[in-house]
Write a protein that binds this ligand. Structure first.
Ligand code: PNS
Length: 164
């Protein structure tokens, strides 16, 4: 049988309900979904370590039997090939995401034409949610409780980054 394994890559600093929504949607479509955390992100100093992020994703996806969590560095297509994955899953929240995602998908296709990029849309209620905004709003004391899984909320509080 032709089983489809896909990689859902990202920095996940931290996991949001938008990510989780996409993971659940992706897991219904493919046989196995690997949520892959980029180890050497160029996005600056992360709030959570890679092991912390992996643990949060594992806990939040524990009820999804065909989802696993991994970490990678280097090229995404090389990781996908090593995993035996045929596809990369990415979320598109709004048109503004499209240009960057299109460029990445085309570059990945150039690097390895065997790997397809699949785009899915998260639920409308999460279209404005990003890890960057979550961290920024939380730091300033804003309530992000409905936008991240409860276990992420606990970890955010434990980091003590909320405004005094
Ligand atoms: O969480 P993000 O920033 O949306 O994830 C971006 C990610 C990790 C998917 C992207 O930066 C990536 O794939 N990096 C690995 C390096 C790589 O393969 N670069 C070539 C693709 S343009």
């Amino acid at each position: 049988m032709n089983t489809i394994k896909a990689i859902y890559p990202g920095t996940f600093d931290p996991l949001t309900n938008g990510h989780l929504d996409l993971i659940a949607r992706g897991a219904k479509i493919v046989d196995h979904l690997v949520v892959a955390i980029l180890r050497n992100s160029e996005k600056g100093t992360p709030l959570f370590t890679v092991p912390e992020r992996a643990e949060m994703i594992r806990e939040a996806t524990a009820d999804l039997g065909n989802v696993s969590v991994a970490t990678f560095d280097g090229l995404l297509v090389d990781f996908a090939r090593a995993e035996g994955a045929k596809a990369v899953l990415r979320g598109i929240r709004a048109i503004s995401d499209y240009e960057y995602e299109f460029q990445m998908a085309m570059m990945n296709r150039k690097l390895n034409p065997e790997i397809e990029t699949l785009f899915m849309m998260p639920a409308e209620k999460y279209t404005y949610v990003s890890s960057r905004l979550i961290k920024g709003v939380f730091r300033l004391g804003g309530d992000v409780g409905e936008l991240v899984p409860p276990l992420v909320m606990e970890r955010l509080k434990a980091k003590g980054t909320a405004a005094e």
